[in-house]
Design a protein around this ligand. Structure first.
Ligand SMILES: [Zn+2]
Length: 485
C-alpha cells in the first residue's frame, strides 16, 4: 500500500514537472517571438487578434458603438441634418430654418450625402481630427451629445455590435457603463440643499455626512414614488435589452455599471447618486457605479470633495454596491500643478473606490509612493486605456505611468474606454502595450488578462466560471502558436 502510494506520488510529480517545463518553454518561445515583432504592427495585430483578452471593464456603451451604426438609423429614418454644423434633428424643422437643414433623402437626391456622412463621422469621433480647429479633449467630450438621438434609438443594435466585436476579439466579458435616465426632476428643497452643500464644502465641514443623510431621507421619503419609478424603468430596460438580445451565453457575458456626470449642481448630482446606487442595489445585471465627465471642468474641480463625500455616504447606505471611479484623468498643463495632487488619493482613501479609471496623474499625487502601496495592498486595480489617454491628454509612451503602477505591483487591467469615438478596439490597446513597453512580456500580458476577470464586479462563482474557460482559451491559443512557429 505504502509502496503504491509513493509510486503514485512520483508519477504525479513527474507529470507536474513536465507540465511546468512545457509551460515555461511555451512562454519563452512566445516571448522570443514577441521581441522579434515589437516593431511590426501587422504581425503584432495578427498575433494579438487571437490572444484571449478576458474582459473589457472600462467601457462606455455610447462611445463604444461606432458612428456608422448610429448613422444607419439616421439614414433609415430620413432625419434632418444641419448642413453647416452636421447636427441631427428627429423633429420637423421649420420652414424658416430650411436654408441650413435638409433631410437625408434630399441630400441623397442632390448628391451631397456621401460627403456629409464623412463630416458627421468626423464630428462624432476622432476620425481625421486635425488637432487645430479645436482642443482634442473638448472635441472628445462634445461627441456624446451629438449622437444622443440615434444612440437612444439603437440600444438593440448597439448592444449586439459590442457583443459581436468582443467575440471576434476573443473577449469573454464586458462591463459597460450604460445609462438611460437622468434625475433632472426638480423638487422644492433642491436649491436650499445645493447652497447648504456648497457651504459645507467651503470649510470641508465634518457634518457633511449627516447633511447627506438628511438629503437621503428627504428624497426617499417625500419623493420616493418618482425616484423608484426611475430606478424601475432603468432596470427593466437593461433587463429587456439583455434578455431579448440573448447577450449571455456559454462563451460571453455582459454586465452594466450605472454612471452619473460630475459637472452638475450638487442637488442634481446627489439625486443621480441615489438612482444609480439604488438601481445597482436592486438589479442583478447592474454590478457597479461610476462617475464620469472631464475632471478639469470648473464644477467637477470645485465639487470634487463633495462628490467623494457622496460616494462615502452612499457606500455606507449600500455596502454591496461596487464602485469604479474615473480619477486622475489629468496631466500637467491641463490644470494647475496643485490640482494634480488629490484626485486618486481622495477616490481611494475617502470615497473607497474599488477600481480607478485612468489614474494618469499618479506621479503628481501627494504621497504617491504611499498611495501606490495602498492600492497594491488593498487590491485596487488601475484601468489603463492607451488610445484614450493619448487622444484626450496627449499622454503616451514613456510619459504614461503604466510602468510606475507595475513597479508597485498595482493590479493592471487593459481597457478601451470609448472604442467607437476613438476609432479603436481592445486588440489595439494590447498592441500599444507590447509595442511601446519592451519590458512587458507574455507572462505580464497573461496576468493583466486574468486581472480583468479577477477585478471585475462579477460574483466569485461567475469569475471562477470565466477563469476556467479562459484557461482553456489560453491553452488553445498557445497550442495554435506552437503549431505555427
Ligand atoms: Zn472612461
Amino acid at each position: 500500500m505504502k509502496h503504491s502510494l509513493s509510486l503514485f506520488l512520483l508519477f504525479f510529480i513527474v507529470q507536474f514537472t513536465f507540465a511546468q517545463n512545457t509551460n515555461q518553454e511555451t512562454t519563452q518561445r512566445i516571448d522570443t517571438y514577441l521581441d522579434s515583432i515589437r516593431n511590426d504592427e501587422a504581425k503584432l495585430r495578427q498575433f494579438l487578434t487571437k490572444l484571449p483578452k478576458g474582459a473589457d471593464i472600462h467601457h462606455h456603451y455610447s462611445g463604444s458603438v461606432y458612428a456608422e451604426t448610429y448613422l444607419e438609423y439616421v439614414e433609415k429614418n430620413n432625419l434632418w441634418i444641419n448642413r453647416n454644423t452636421f447636427a441631427i434633428s428627429d423633429s420637423e424643422v421649420s420652414r424658416s430654418e430650411r436654408s441650413e437643414w435638409s433631410r437625408v433623402n434630399s441630400l441623397k437626391a442632390d448628391g451631397y450625402w456621401s460627403d456629409i456622412k464623412i463630416k458627421i463621422i468626423e464630428s462624432w469621433s476622432k476620425l481625421y481630427f486635425n488637432y487645430v480647429s479645436k482642443p482634442n479633449d473638448e472635441h472628445f467630450f462634445s461627441t456624446f451629445d451629438k449622437f444622443s438621438i440615434p444612440e437612444n434609438a439603437t440600444f438593440n443594435e448597439g448592444i449586439r455590435e459590442i457583443k459581436q466585436r468582443a467575440i471576434s476579439e476573443n473577449v469573454s466579458y464586458i462591463e459597460t457603463m450604460f445609462t438611460s435616465t437622468g434625475f433632472y426632476n426638480t423638487f422644492e428643497k433642491d436649491e436650499d440643499f445645493a447652497t447648504e452643500l456648497l457651504k459645507l464644502q467651503e470649510t470641508k465641514d465634518k457634518s457633511i455626512q449627516s447633511k447627506l443623510a438628511e438629503l437621503y431621507k428627504y428624497y426617499t421619503a417625500v419623493e420616493n414614488k418618482i425616484f423608484l419609478s426611475k430606478v424601475n424603468d432603468h432596470n427593466e430596460l437593461i433587463q429587456t435589452l439583455h434578455t431579448e438580445n440573448k447577450i449571455d451565453d456559454d462563451k460571453f457575458m455582459m454586465r452594466y455599471q450605472n454612471y452619473f456626470i460630475r459637472v452638475l449642481d450638487p442637488a442634481t448630482t446627489f439625486k443621480s447618486f441615489l438612482i444609480s446606487f439604488h438601481s445597482a442595489h436592486t438589479s442583478d445585471l447592474v454590478v457597479g457605479v461610476n462617475i464620469v465627465a472631464p475632471e478639469n471642468n470648473t464644477v467637477a474641480m470645485r465639487d470634487y470633495w463633495l462628490h467623494m463625500q457622496m460616494f462615502k455616504y452612499f457606500k455606507s447606505v449600500y455596502p454591496n454596491v461596487k464602485t469604479a471611479m474615473h480619477a486622475g484623468e489629468l496631466t500637467l498643463g491641463l490644470v494647475k500643478p496643485e490640482d494634480l495632487t488629490f484626485h486618486i488619493n481622495d477616490a481611494v482613501l475617502v470615497a473607497g473606490a474599488e477600481r480607478i479609471g485612468h489614474g494618469v496623474d499618479i506621479a503628481y499625487e501627494k504621497n504617491s509612493e504611499e498611495l501606490l502601496k495602498y492600492m497594491t495592498q488593498n487590491e485596487i486595480a488601475i484601468e489603463i486605456s492607451f488610445s484614450s489617454n493619448d487622444f484626450i491628454l496627449g499622454v503616451s509612451g514613456n510619459r504614461h505611468p503604466i510602468l510606475l503602477y507595475k513597479s508597485y505591483n498595482v493590479p493592471i487591467v487593459i481597457s478601451t474606454d470609448d472604442a467607437g469615438v476613438l476609432r479603436t478596439d481592445l486588440t489595439q490597446q494590447f498592441l500599444i502595450l507590447i509595442r511601446d513597453y519592451p519590458s512587458i512580456n507574455y507572462q505580464d500580458i497573461k496576468k493583466m488578462v486574468f486581472n480583468s476577470i479577477n477585478y471585475s464586479f462579477l460574483t466569485e462563482s461567475e469569475k471562477e466560471k470565466i477563469r476556467k474557460d479562459l484557461e482553456g482559451r489560453f491553452l488553445e491559443f498557445e497550442v495554435g502558436f506552437l503549431e505555427q512557429h
